[in-house]
Design a protein around this ligand. Structure first.
Ligand code: DGT
Length: 220
């Protein structure tokens, strides 16, 4: 495996997209390359914060637990951004950006967190941006239709997601679209590569292969 210099930064790629858009499949495709370190979403940590399943609590009573959950997501995402890797390419599933921009915005839209709570999260977020290295080189947006991801979510049958509705996925889709496709809200920390992630699993790896040089930062 090629290693990077101890003090240099890897080419950092964020993999973003709605719930069920196939981020895991995408990461698995790229995990086979020796130059790549994949950082999966820290969902296991959200399921066990000193014995508390915060993801489960969130969907049980979203109003009560939104702030707690989002605070912990922000911390765990920061840890992922700062994690050192020996590989020249670092692929991250989601980021501190989508936590803040997509999920916190949705909570604000739905009045699930107070303005005061959102302000606290935002203060942390701004401080982190100004005082740590969150540099990103590329964002991969796995673009999907809400109905497609809803069907996938039902099929995978994750216990905590039983209460997630099509309406919720539609709204989350719209925020992803405005941020990563129309580019009308918030800042973009890097250029965006938009991929059609509605494709069936049987052909999607072929689609992803076409973009390997770009994602692996290899000049053609
Ligand atoms: P996939 O299917 O491989 O594209 O990826 P998923 O659906 O396993 O991953 P993701 O990040 O879209 O969602 C995992 C679960 O965690 C899902 O129920 C939504 C939730 N989630 C992820 N990040 C956040 C966040 O920042 N805030 C909130 N409220 N929920 C989040």
């Amino acid at each position: 495996m090629s290693q990077i210099e101890p003090n240099s930064r890897p080419f950092t790629v964020l993999v973003e997209g709605n719930i069920g858009s196939g981020k895991t499949t995408f990461l698995n495709h790229f995990n086979k390359f020796e130059d790549v370190c994949v950082l999966a979403e820290p969902i296991d940590m959200w399921r066990n914060c000193k014995g508390h399943n915060l993801l489960g609590l969130l969907y049980e009573d979203i109003k009560k637990w939104s702030f707690t959950f989002q605070s912990y997501v922000q911390l765990t995402m920061l840890q992922q951004h700062l994690r050192k890797t020996a590989c020249p390419v670092k692929l991250m599933e989601r980021s501190i950006y989508s936590a803040r921009i997509c999920f916190v915005e949705k909570m604000k839209q739905d009045n699930l967190i107070s303005h005061a709570a959102a302000a606290v999260i935002d203060k942390h977020f701004q401080w982190i941006k100004e005082n740590t290295d969150l540099k990103v080189d590329l964002i991969v947006y796995l673009r999907t239709d809400p109905q497609t991801v809803y069907d996938r979510m039902i099929k995978r049958n994750r216990e905590e997601e039983k209460t997630v509705s099509l309406d919720y996925l539609q709204a989350l889709h719209q925020i992803h679209e405005d941020w990563l496709y129309h580019k009308t809200i918030f800042e973009l920390p890097a250029e965006v590569l938009v991929l059609n992630a509605n494709l069936d699993k049987s052909v999607i790896n072929e689609e992803y292969s076409k973009f390997e040089p770009l994602i692996l930062n290899k000049k053609l």
